[in-house]
Write a protein that binds this ligand. Structure first.
Ligand code: F6P
Length: 342
């Protein structure tokens, strides 16, 4: 069997570990040959491929990014996109596809599976917001990077008696902010699921100063104030899936805090640092196991499925179920973090 592999959406530490495991298991245990599709759905849409085998996968386990490249190409936004994909898969002699991606990439995979394309999905996103799986790989790396940043910011904030606002990724879900904020001892954590009251944030800032510590406020890029509106400095520019590019809430929040409390406040935007570089051991472990199981799902002809972590087991769930809804931080989980605010 000839199997195509693609990685779509925002890149994420662990993508190469999945590719390596799919190829190793596929070649060794199932006798597959592989072809890599470049840059997410752009590859099958435009017929852009690269050689992919054990040789191309040597040494990639600890490397961030993806050897296949990635993009946010949406084939459904292109006339005749599905037909073009089917033609290009046939031209490359591809019998089945392994699509590694998040909400958007796997959403496309779901619709293609319904249209008869033999596809197996592997969930990835640093945001950890896919409902079908307990964790996505990339998330642990992002949380560790953000926690390390918070630890470092504590000491400089304390030396200068400043407020430091740390803006982390998380468009719809505040998992990175919540986990890194808890792990790093933040004075407040602001997430998209729980609109924040700026007065309450300022009160936490004042309390932290009273105890001779400097406040660290962790904010997800998609957090919103209770009074409505938004605090991002977004240009309104959208990607092919209709998502507005976020960013800027950290700066806005810092100036608002400074204005209201009279304390100097600075913002640090972690941005793509959270997505780059080497994956943690946990992410390599999870990505590798997803890859092994995805190759097995192809061998079993179990198409239209997505690999998912449930406890410590990897299971297969229907793609449609895995992407049906976003996994958001519940009020109870947020309340745990609130104990430490102020
Ligand atoms: O989906 C993962 C993610 O990192 C989000 O947290 C963020 O909003 C988005 O990607 C940024 O995407 P890009 O790098 O394309 O601007």
């Amino acid at each position: 069997m000839r199997v195509g592999v693609l990685t779509g959406g925002g890149d994420c530490p662990g993508l190469n570990a999945v590719i390596r495991a799919v190829v190793r298991r596929g070649v060794r245990d199932h006798g597959f040959t592989f072809v890599g599709f470049r840059d997410g759905w752009r590859g099958p849409l435009e017929g852009v491929t690269m050689e992919l085998g054990i040789e191309q996968c040597r040494g990639i386990l600890p490397r961030g990014g993806t050897i296949l490249g990635s993009s946010r190409t949406n084939p459904f936004a292109v006339d005749g996109g599905v037909e073009r994909i089917k033609e290009n898969l046939a031209a490359a002699g591809v019998d089945a596809l392994v699509a590694i991606g998040g909400e958007d990439t796997l959403g496309v995979a779901t619709t293609l599976a319904e249209a008869g394309v033999k596809v197996v999905g592997v969930p990835k996103t640093i945001d950890n917001d896919l409902s079908g799986t307990d964790f996505t790989f990339g998330f642990d790396t992002a949380v560790n990077i953000a926690t390390d940043a918070i630890d470092r910011l504590h000491t400089t904030a304390e030396s200068h008696h400043r407020v430091l606002v740390v803006e982390v990724m998380g468009r719809h879900a505040g998992w990175i902010a919540l986990h890194a904020g808890l792990a790093g001892g933040a004075s407040a954590v602001l997430i998209p699921e729980q609109p924040f009251d700026i007065e309450a944030v300022c009160a936490h800032v004042e309390t932290r100063f009273e105890s001779e510590y400097a406040p660290i406020v962790v904010v997800s890029e998609g957090a919103v104030p209770v009074e409505g509106g938004d605090m991002t400095l977004s240009s309104g520019e959208k990607d092919a899936f209709g998502h507005v590019r976020l960013g800027g809430i950290g700066d806005r929040l810092a100036s608002e805090i400074e204005h209201r409390t009279g304390k100097e406040a600075r913002a640090v935007v972690l941005g793509h640092v959270q997505r780059g570089g080497t994956p943690t051991a946990f992410d390599r472990w999870l990505a590798t196991r997803f890859g092994l199981q995805a190759a097995d799902a192809v061998a079993d002809g179990d198409f239209g499925t997505m690999m998912a972590l449930r406890g410590t087991r990897i299971v297969r769930v229907p793609l449609s179920e895995g992407t049906a809804e976003l996994k958001l931080v519940s009020p109870a989980e947020y309340a745990e973090a609130e104990v430490f605010f102020g």
